[in-house]
Design a protein around this ligand. Sequence first.
Ligand SMILES: [Mg+2]
Length: 439
Amino acid sequence: MTKITDLRAMDVRFPTSTMLDGSDAMNADPDYSAAYLRIITDNPELTGDSLVFTIGRGNDVQVKAIEILMESIAGLDTTEAFYNIGQIARKLSSDSQLRWLGTDKGVFHMAAGAVLNALWDLFAKERKMPLWKLLSHMSPEELVAAVDFRYISDALTPSEATRLLNKQLPFRAANEEKLIQNGLRAYTTTPGWLGYDDEKMLRLTSEAIDSGFTLVKYKCGKSIEDDRRRLRKVRELVGPEFRIAIDANQVWDVNQAIEWINQLQEFNLTWVEEPTHPDDVVGHSTIAKAVSPTPIATGEHGANRIMFKQLLQLKGLSIMQIDATRVAGVNENIANVLLAAKYDIPVCPHAGGIGLCEMVQHIAMFDAVAVSGHHDRRVVEYVDHLHEHFIEPTNILNGQYRAPQLPGSGAQMLDSSIDRYLFPTGQYWLNPQQESGVA
Ligand SMILES: [Mg+2]
């Protein structure tokens, strides 16, 4: 029997804005940050770790929300928590006073995700399995019990979800074998930041191709002339067949998106991502219809399963991009993956930031083993920043995510990194200029 004895929420920030890593049309100078949660147990070997990704200011608000919600799991027995994880998830989203501040979206919803993801990390470590494996070895009934079907049962019922999972049951072992042999296909956004000049963009593109990536994504949406110039140069470099995608990070209005995307049809884009406001489901549907055959992708700001349900119902997306820390944790992402399977839309997770690659790969691998199986429409985002801060950094080989081996969910950071980048008292933040080597 293991008991939760303490909970620590920490504000950890990395000074990425100094390099313009992560810059796009909406987010000019992000400092990649983690509102980090560690569950302490009476077993000194066992912690549950998770984080919510933010991009700098406001990380303290996210930490505060986690501190408020984490109290509800203090003192829990971890075995009991595992068998009641569905009820715990429902309870975290049901505090009527806190619910007023979001209704399944925003800071408190992401805080619920932090608490749930830390529990899942703990469950996986206790069972000495990486999270993808733990999920892939759970019965359809256990998985369905982890999902809150409230507000999505008009699109997916528990019995439909069980049927979907049962369908893949006979193939799980072979799927797992294939995952371990081949990994999952990754794509990279590393060359595509808007703050990079053309020379750096093209150099990084060549490097990406040399290291085995078969799809590269570029930020866009600041000016149509810039987009056309950048895409022309990329096409000249990679040829007409290589797959390229672009990402507008929500900068356009609906009509502007349609006009803009249609001016880029000649570049044969694999997808256009986040064309407009993430909550505008009807807008996405209108855009998708008007720019066909260019596929629309979205989801990194998809606040919850209800948004994804509507995007699927109204055909607002052709590629669904779940995120590990935007929604209420593993539980809600199980719902999201099941919804996508029902509508036969590929889940191509969003990653990058800090820790998102490490975390979301587990959900994609669970999807590949136990939900939609292996198929060539799946590709998982990869960005080559900040992996060195994790106990098990992502392992990308020849453009494929290799399956993580260590027990847990991938979120655990090195203690030395947490100490150094703790805001504002860590060694880095006490004297940022000296620490960055800036004179
Ligand atoms: Mg994006």
